[in-house]
Design a protein around this ligand. Sequence first.
Ligand SMILES: [Zn+2]
Length: 408
Amino acid sequence: MKRRHFLSLLGILGVGGISTFGFQKLQKSKYWPNDNQFLNPCLDSKLPESIEKHEVILSALEGIDTTHMWDGHVHLIGLGDTDSGIYVNPNYKDVFQLKSFIQLRFYLNASCVEPGIAVDEAFVNRLKSLKWGRGSRMILLAFDYSYDEQGQRLLDQTAFHTPNSYAAQIHKESPEHFEWIASIHPYRKDSIEALQQAVFDGALGIKWLPQAMNINPDSALCDPFYEAMAHWKIPLLCHCGDESAVDGANIESHAYGNPLLVRRALDHGVKVVIAHCASLGKNNFELFTQLMEEPRYEGLLFGDISAMSLVNRDMSALKTVISRKEWHSRLLYGSDYPLPGIIPLISLKYLQEQEFITVEQLKVLAELRLHNPLLFNFVLNRHLTVKNQKFSPIVFHTRSFWTLGTRS
Ligand SMILES: [Zn+2]
């Protein structure tokens, strides 16, 4: 693949902002995948002997109680080709809508869906095969439709929909693998009832992607929902910062991704986890920092570290969250699966050049990624180093947060 084709591919995958860098200034090593590999070859999740007991992998588990490792950011996707109720906007299936079409192909490739069976089923089967620590679990994310301010569903402005009932069912069928987080639009007329149902079905949180779903987290329309969330003591996982991976209602404006808008939820006493520590887009990480430094939000405001090592992020945000040890008890591990399975999205070579990882770690990680993107993402994040400082084990011990709202 030619470099200019690769750059447009990154644009399609939602890794925006590259053209603005100026083509000449591009650091080839940052974006160019190792060994020119673009598609995930989907090798067997059983690791080859050469790396299975490699010190790079074993040392990642040191100091970690794997039964407390819950990956708090795993997208549950599919094509809706079973009775799951998953909805995919026809644009994603339409080859003439090229951007959406290619995005979908890459997500499915990253999820290594086995041919010959329904995609919904194959997606879950593959996830189950990805062991990343004895007793560890994945928290699956549902995804609600877009709604307008009158509470009307906006089907053509919805990129995809994964019903709460489906996520709850997958959890119920395999509780040893999966937990789940519901997604409920606060403008829905039945939002409070839906929340109650989700709580009864064991949801550990509520997930929003405000720009794509048309949610203004600072709207008074959200207040009854925040009150109910505070009542049920259920946290909000909110994507903040720019969002370019999913199309939807308000994706162009980015306005609803402003981290300061979650103050309204926090002021209602709702615990908020800001996905990716709002690390995409101009100034968003600075605004996240500002919120983290407000003493009244201690114990209420958290950040998840998912996707922070992707090529489109400003690595200074990653450096900051690793360096600021006092934040670690407020950071939660998440993988943003299936993104770690999309080979061009994480440049190991660039991370090594920036001295986040060593050459030896790079070699093992490059091989590991082709077999098991979940374990790969975990091992990578365990080893990321900034001036001898790494993420503390507590960042990975997320279970008590999701079950009790506390960090231990
Ligand atoms: Zn995500």
